[in-house]
Design a protein around this ligand. Structure first.
Ligand code: LLP
Length: 422
C-alpha cells in the first residue's frame, strides 16, 4: 500500500498535489512519501514480530537519500551498506555505528579500516565476509587496533532465485559468497584468528523475488550449515538472511507479502537460536516513490505514437538495464486511453520506458509518473547526455521538501578541468 492517490482527478503524494511539486521544483523529479516509508518499515517489522531476536538493516543501496535514512533511523532501522560511501551516509543520517552491517564483494583494505575506526574506535556492528582472505585482512587490521571485528561469513547456497539474471546472487557461479560446501572448513580456520569475532553466517540470493520457495530452500541449507559449524565446536549466534522480497510493479500484480515472508522465516528458521538479521531494500522503498515527468512531445511513430517525456534512462535506469516494467499514469487523466511507446530524450533506442503500452491519453505539456520508482531509481541516476542529476522531494502529510538538489550541468562542468597544455 502507498500514499499516492487521486483526489479530484489529480494525483497526490499524501496531501500534496503533484502539479504543485512540478511547479516548485521542475521535472523530472523523484517524489517520495514519508508515510509510505514509515508504513513499510512498520509492516516489515510487524511481520517478523514472532521471531525472538531480530536486527533490521535497511539496504541503503535501494534509496540512500539522507532524509530517507533519517526516517528509517527514526523507525529503529540500522543499515546494510556496501561501500564506505554508504557507511558515511548511514552515520551522517544518525544511524549508530553498531547498527551497521557492511556487505559487499569487494571491500578494499581502506574501507575495512575506515569501518573499524568509526563509532569512537569500536567499529561497525558487523562485517559480512565474502572470502577467506578478506577475513584475514580484517583480522590483521582489527588486531592492530586491539579489537576483534564482529563478522559473519557470507555463503552462496547455490539456489536459483528465479529472478532477472542481473540481480540473482545466490547461484553457484555468481560472484557472491563462499561455496556452501566449503563454508564450514573456512569458518573453522577463520575462528582461530584473534582479530576476528566470528558470529555466524549470511546469505542473499537475489532481488525482486516473486516466489518464497527458493529463499526457503536456501534457508534450509544454511540451517544445516549452522548445525554443522556448531557440531565442530564453533559459535553461531547470528544469521543474516539478506533482503530480496519483491514488490508489485504492475497494477494488480500479487507478490508474497511481508507477512507471508515472516511466516516462512519462522518456519524455516525454527529452533536456530540466533539473532536473525534482515536487509530489506526494495520492499521498503519501491512503492514509496514515483518519478514525476512532463511530456515534451507526442511524436507519431511506426505502429504507435512515441510519448517523449523529460525523464530518461539516466534518471531511471531499470527499464534499460533489466527490461523492467514501471507503470505509467497521467497526473490528471482525461478518462481516455491510448496505446503508445514511452521514451526519454537520450540519444539511444535503449532509452525506452515502455512499448505498445495502454496508458492514459497524454499530450505535450501533461504530467505523468512512473510508479514504484522509490527503490533503485535516483540512486542509479547518472548525468549521461550531460543532463542534470535528477532532484528528489520528500512529502510528509501536507508539506514537502527538496531532499536532493537538481545538480546542474554548470556545476558538473565546474568539477572538470582542461589541462593547461591543451
Ligand atoms: N542485501 C544484499 C547483500 C544485497 O546485495 C541486496 C541487493 C539487498 C540486501 C537488498 O535487496 P532488496 O531487498 O532490495 O531486494 N538495481 C537492481 C537491484 C539490485 C539489488 C542488489 N542487491 C534493480 O533495480 O532491480
Amino acid at each position: 500500500m502507498d500514499h499516492f492517490s487521486y483526489r479530484d482527478g489529480v494525483l497526490h503524494a499524501e496531501d500534496v498535489p503533484l502539479p504543485a511539486i512540478a511547479e516548485a521544483v521542475g521535472t523530472p523529479v523523484y517524489v517520495y512519501s514519508a508515510a509510505t516509508f514509515r508504513r513499510h518499515a512498520r509492516v516489515f517489522r510487524e511481520a517478523l514480530s514472532a521471531l525472538p531476536r531480530v536486527h533490521l538493516a535497511y539496504a541503503i543501496k535501494a534509496n540512500p537519500n539522507l532524509a530517507v535514512l533519517r526516517l528509517m533511523a527514526n523507525e529503529g532501522y540500522g543499515a546494510d551498506v556496501v561501500s564506505a560511501g554508504e557507511m558515511k551516509r548511514a552515520l551522517a543520517a544518525g544511524m549508530p555505528a553498531a547498527a551497521i552491517v557492511f556487505s559487499g564483494v569487494g571491500k578494499t583494505e581502506a574501507e575495512l579500516a575506515a569501518a573499524l575506526d568509526v563509532g569512537d574506535g569500536a567499529g561497525i556492528g558487523q562485517f559480512n565476509l565474502e572470502l577467506e582472505e578478506e577475513g584475514e585482512v580484517l583480522a590483521r587490521l582489527a588486531a592492530a587496533r586491539g579489537i576483534a571485528a564482529p563478522a559473519v561469513l557470507r555463503v552462496n547456497p547455490d539456489v536459483d532465485a528465479g529472478t532477472h539474471a542481473k540481480i540473482s546472487t545466490g547461484k553457484k557461479g555468481n560472484k557472491f559468497g563462499v561455496p556452501i560446501d566449503q563454508a564450514a572448513a573456512m569458518y573453522a580456520r577463520l575462528s582461530l584468528l584473534p582479530g576476528l569475532s566470528l558470529r555466524g553466517v549470511a546469505l542473499h540470493i537475489g532481488s525482486q523475488l516473486a516466489d518464497l520457495a527458493p529463499l526457503e530452500a536456501a534457508f534450509g541449507r544454511v540451517g544445516a550449515l549452522v548445525a554443522q559449524i556448531r557440531a565442530a565446536g564453533h559459535r553461531v549466534d547470528r544469521v543474516d538472511l539478506g533482503g530480496g522480497l519483491g514488490v508489485a510493479y504492475r497494477e494488480g500484480e500479487r507478490l508474497p507479502t511481508p507477512a507471508d515472508y515472516g511466516a516462512m522465516v519462522a518456519r524455516a528458521c525454527r529452533g536456530w537460536d540466533v539473532e536473525l538479521q534482515f536487509e530489506p531494500g526494495r520492499v521498503i522503498a519501491g512503492n514509496a516513490g514515483v518519478l514525476l515527468t512532463r511530456v515534451i512531445w507526442v511524436k507519431p511513430g511506426g505502429d504507435h505514437p512515441y510519448v517523449i517525456v523529460d525523464a530518461a534512462m539516466n534518471d531511471l535506469a531499470r527499464p534499460a538495464l533489466y527490461d523492467a516494467w514501471h507503470d505509467f499514469v497521467a497526473v490528471a487523466p482525461s478518462g481516455t486511453r491510448m496505446v503508445a511507446n514511452i521514451a526519454g530524450p537520450v540519444c539511444e533506442t535503449g532509452d525506452t520506458f515502455a512499448l505498445a503500452r495502454d496508458i492514459d491519453t497524454v499530450a505535450s505539456g501533461d504530467l505523468g509518473v512512473f510508479r514504484t520508482a522509490g527503490a533503485y531509481g535516483a540512486t542509479m541516476a547518472s548525468t549521461y547526455n550531460s543532463r542534470a542529476l535528477v532532484p528528489e522531494v520528500l512529502v510528509d502529510g501536507g508539506r514537502f521538501a527538496v531532499v536532493a538538489d537538481r545538480v546542474s550541468p554548470e556545476s558538473l562542468i565546474a568539477a572538470e578541468r582542461v589541462p593547461e597544455w591543451l
